[in-house]
Every structure is written in C-alpha cells, then in structure tokens.
Design a protein around this ligand. Sequence first.
Ligand SMILES: [Zn+2]
Length: 454
Amino acid sequence: MIIRLARCVFMLAVLGLLAAGVATAEARSEPFFPRSGTDAYNVRHYGVDLAYRPANGSIVAKTKIEAAARQRLRRFSLDLVGLRVTAVSVDGAAAEYNRGRGKLKITPPTPIAQHAAFTVVVEYRGRPRRITDPDGSSEGWNPTPDGAVAVGEPVGTAAWLPCNNTPADKASFDIRLTVPARLRAVSNGRLRGVQLLGSRRRYEWRERKPMATYLALIDIGKGKLLYGKTDGLPAWTLVDPAQARQSQRVLAKLGEIVRFESGLFGPYPFEALGSVVDDVPLEYALETQTRPIYAFVPDLTTVVHETAHQWFGDSVSLKRWPNIWLNEGFATWTEWYYAERHGGRSAAQTFHRLYRVPASNTAFWDPPSGHPGQAKNLFATSTYVRGAMALEALRLKIGTKPMLRVLRRWATRYRDGNADIGQFIELAEEVSGQRLGALFQRWLWARGKPPIAG
Ligand SMILES: [Zn+2]
C-alpha cells in the first residue's frame, strides 16, 4: 500500500499533475503514526508556561494554543501522553474533556464554526514520560543527572506538550521555563528575558518562525548559558560542564558552517542559533529548530549535518513521515559536499566507494529511501546513505551548478512551509530541463541496489 501510494505520487509528479488539492489530501494521511495529529484544525501559536521541580522530576504547566478550525468542531483532540490534566478551557469557558490513548479529547461548551479562530488553555502536571520509538530509540522527556532533556522526533513532544503532533501543522512558539536558580533552561529561538523569582529563574524563549512540534526542545541542567553573535545572529549555547572543554572547538565552527551552508542554500532561515550538548542517554543528535542538541561531544560532520537540517527539515518540513529522505538524504549529502569543499574526499568519490557495496548486502540498500515502508525503518542506514547517494546521482546526471540551484530553490520556494518528494522531483525537472522520473524511480523507490546507468 505504501509502495503504491509512493509510486502514485511519483507518477503524478512526472506528469506534472501534482495539483495543490492532490498534495493536500495526500499530506493529511500519516501512515506511520496514524494516531498522531489531526487535520481538523491548524495551530498558529503555542504559549507554554512550564515549571520544573527537580525533587521528583515533575512539571506543572499551562499551555495556551491558538488555532483555526478547518471544519466545524463539536469536539476535537490534542496529542498528550501521560500527565494529569487539571483544567481545559476553550475561548475562556471551561470545557469538558477526557483522555484516550495518547489523546486529550475536548468538547467545547459551544461548537466552533469552520474557519473560526479559537483558543484552548490546558493546565496539567505530573512526571513526563520517556517515549520508546518503533525502532527502539528513546525520545520524549528524558531525565538527566542534573535536569532533563525533551526531544520529539518523531512523536515525543506529546510527552510534555498538548499539541497537534504532525509536521504538517507548524506554529510559532513561546516557551517559558521556570527552574531552580542554580539550573539553566534552554529552548528554541531567541531568549527574550530571564527573571529571578525568589529561588527560581524563569527563561522566556520565543521561536517566531513556524516550527513543527517534533523540533521543540527543552534542556534543563547545569552549565554556562553562553550568548554571542554567530554569523551576525544571536546565538545561545548550553553545554554540560562535563562536556564543555571537549565541545568548545567544534562548536566554535558553527559560524563558518552556517556561512558555508547559507552560501549554498540561501540565507539562514531563522533569527537565532546556537547549540546544546548534554549528558543524556539518547545516542543521537537532533536538529531542534535554531539550536540542535547533541547527546555527546559532537564531531564536525555531525554539526554540519544538524546545521543543514535547519534548511532541510526545519524550514522546509515534511508533510508525512515516509518522506524522511527530504531531511536525512539532504543533510547527509551536505556532509559529503562540505568535505569535498574543505579538502576532503569529493562527494562523487564517496558515492563510488559506497556503490561498491554488493547488491547482496540488502541491509545497506533497503528499504529504498523514498519509502521506508514502516515507522521502525525511518532512520535506517539507507535513509541516510542511499538517500545521499540519490542526491549525488542527481548531481552526476544534471551537473553541479544545476544541482546547487535545485537545492537553493527548494529551500527558498518552500521556506517556512511543507513540501513532499513529488514537489522536489518537479522542481529538479524544472531547473534541469530534464526528465528525471527514471532516475528517481531507481534511487528512491525500487528495492535493491540501483543500476548506475541512465
Ligand atoms: Zn539528520
């Protein structure tokens, strides 16, 4: 079914028939996480007020959600895993609510009209959970020796935020975090202010640009919150004291990396940047918007990768999770191209070396990057490596200049929005003036090692 759906998108794109209506209908079906998110409304803004209590690792929070109804709403739901909800109001009036599996179901006192703007306030508390993904990795709320880290790819943000948990519904965020004064608290965007409230401190973060819920970050812990300018933009960085010395050199490269990638893909898409390094048992780095988080001392390649995601994934976001190639293939290809332009191996050399992997190594070649098939394959090796090879195969076919023009136009045309693979192919054909259906068919959708000719 997934395969047919993907090929269907592909055929429509090749025929130039990917009309907006088709794309929208397609965007609203989420095969990997069908219980997450809804198309009944769009969120415009999340205003989060969250106090963290280290004694028992609990939170007390109040979130205000400003949304617009896409249809008449007699009831609607938000994604929320665990925690105890103590009050819900809609447009200032108390609303009835109950809980379902991963859902907060709300019945407003009067139905909300189609297209009407409405405001929901949810008050909740408790100990937020760690969430185990289909591939066995952890996300959600993760306690650390000195605080906690909240990360949400693909669905973990519902562990601490009642939200419309789909990358198709992006919104601006205000995240206010109150923590004991000895701790720091970091989130996305700009730091608007820090207030001392007795023995506690409140940090007010604001991300004005649209952000997918999975890219929201909370990091609470010890360390120095460093402020400076990076490539002319305000940057905030928090590194766990145990990792500070070792991280310093690579994090100092961020400005140069942003300049390099801006030169390729167009202006940096956000108003702030920075880094977070924390001692949290996650074993991955994540491109949390404006400020990636590293669960270990990162190397240069990892910072190049997470920074590339600010364009590919964060600014231009997925509509549906099976399109993950648009994130990981692009960020991995950027690693290769960065190396090429900095005295390392060329991306073509990397491509040809990897192409020697025999077809019998199916774990390397499958699943094909354009359709991971199941949620547990979202972050399979092939999503990254075969995914980057697909882009290098495109470059080998159309040439370096057209290739870079495709990437830049992709980042520009869909900036602050959402797009899908069909739209990428359409753009690549538009820029190159070539028919690329057969190439993408081989590299994105056919199982097994793609033949190189053609
Ligand atoms: Zn990545």
